[in-house]
Design a protein around this ligand. Structure first.
Ligand code: B12
Length: 385
């Protein structure tokens, strides 16, 4: 029957294109590539709405602005028939929490210890997309991170893993250490089965969080998350949270690193990202010395460059204030005269913790008139009227 023959032909083409895509993904160094449909995540839009309505996105206004498109892939691109989700393993060689005890040293989260993963993944996705479009004669669009796409629920629906209680995607093969990216296409591809939740009664990620950023399992309040505070949030950081940040100066890995599924994680990915040696355990003293030009050169090609020198130094000053290292006092004093208010303010806070009460009173007595309201608030917080 002609109908049967058509269906058979379509099925053959679907299988062939899916196999081709997987092969291309492996060739580009992705560890996983699985397929889902654009209508596979109806509950994600509702949960995104709840997250936004509670204000848990903080100052990430772009999440609110893209609410409709983000919640539903069909609104983003209504011709999408299939979504391929890609996973790239970035599992570290050792537990990144080791550095948290070394207070003279700054902790940079694992994903930011080398080149910007957006650039790496985007380049590889574009290669795959070009070859796939040529082969299939279908339209394709690729996305990673910054596009209004809910990558984690899509990855769960495609079966790369499941969203753990820390809200990140956990994989049986790679634990909590996967970057995600996606390709939307008009092509009809063979969908994979979703993965089920394997967190069980474990709550290690919830309990380890230094700032108690999880109001409930599977829910994050970004406003308390160290990753948000050190990367996305501009301006001063809530004084109550500063001591809890410790020496984490860019992102936080605690909820990922504690995940028991990491022990099954394969370390054998062929094209795994390797940490830059000088970003494994940089000293706080060195980082505090960076000015605008040296900051740009040192972090060239790194995601850290995106937050700019001033927000970065704000973070390093918090680590300095938490370090107990008196050798940092001199540099903090210099930064208390920085042109940028956010730097001056955080230097005042750091000094209030590093100096003795007498030293701090003497330092405060020499201060110049402060025009900025936020910096004045820091002096007040430190007990100086
Ligand atoms: C905004 C954002 C952030 C924000 C907010 C994080 C968040 N959890 O929403 C901040 C800045 C805090 C952040 C931090 C990090 N991020 Co981020 N971030 C994103 C981004 C751009 C959007 C995420 C999003 O849509 N959030 C909105 C919320 C509502 O969606 P959700 O997290 O999926 O929430 C689900 C659950 O809460 C669940 N849920 C809610 N209630 C309930 C109830 C029940 C019973 C159940 C079962 C489920 C459930 O349903 C929701 C919808 O699926 C994505 C990239 C992308 N485009 O997807 C990267 C992304 C999630 N980030 C990533 C990474 C690596 C990180 C960090 C590890 C970086 C670091 N080391 O510092 C941390 C991890 C912090 C954490 N525990 O989440 C990776 C995660 C990869 C993975 N394996 O999952 C992504 C996918 C980027 C990428 N392309 O690889 N991030």
């Amino acid at each position: 029957m002609p109908d049967d023959r058509e269906a058979e032909k379509a099925d053959k083409r679907r299988k062939a294109l899916t196999a081709f895509l997987r092969q291309e993904a492996l060739a580009q160094g992705f560890d996983l590539c699985r397929i889902t449909r654009p209508d596979a995540i109806p509950e994600a839009a509702i949960r995104l709405g709840q997250f936004l309505d509670k204000g848990r996105h903080g100052t990430m206004g772009w999440m609110e602005e893209t609410r409709e498109r983000r919640g539903d892939p069909r609104v983003l691109w209504n011709e999408t028939r299939s979504i391929a989700v890609f996973g790239l393993n970035y599992g570290p060689d050792e537990d990144p929490r080791g550095i948290l005890e070394r207070r003279d040293t700054a902790a940079i989260s694992v994903y930011a210890r080398n080149r910007d993963y957006h650039d790496i993944i985007k380049g590889r996705l574009k290669e795959i997309a070009t070859r796939f479009a040529a082969r299939s004669k279908e339209d394709v669009k690729v996305f990673v991170d910054t596009a209004p796409v809910m990558e984690k629920p899509l990855a769960g629906a495609a079966g790369l893993g499941w969203q753990g209680k820390h809200t990140n995607l956990v994989s049986r093969a790679f634990g909590s250490w996967l970057f995600l990216g996606s390709m939307f296409t008009t092509a009809d591809l063979e969908p994979d089965e979703p993965e089920i939740d394997h967190c069980g009664s474990c709550r290690a990620c919830l309990d380890v969080c230094p700032t108690s950023a999880f109001p409930a399992p599977y829910q994050l309040d970004a406003r308390r998350c160290i990753s948000y505070l050190t990367i996305e949030h501009k301006g001063p950081i809530d004084p109550e949270l500063r001591p809890l940040i410790g020496n984490r100066i860019y992102g936080c890995d605690d909820c990922l690193a504690v995940c028991p599924w990491n022990k099954f994680a394969s370390n054998a990915s062929e094209m795994k990202l390797v940490a830059r040696d000088d970003l494994r355990e940089p000293s706080i003293a060195f980082l505090l010395g960076l000015d605008d030009a040296t900051f740009r050169t040192f972090f060239s090609g790194s995601p850290i460059k995106r937050i700019g020198r001033d927000r970065f130094i704000r973070n390093v000053l918090i680590a300095a204030g938490n370090s107990g290292e008196r050798s940092l006092i001199e540099r903090c004093r210099e930064l208390a005269a920085d042109p940028l208010p956010v730097v001056r303010g955080m230097a005042v806070w750091a000094l209030s913790r590093l100096m003795t009460a007498g030293e701090f009173t003497a330092f405060a007595a020499q201060r110049r008139d402060e025009a900025d309201e936020e910096v004045r608030a820091e002096w007040k917080l430190a007990g100086v009227r």
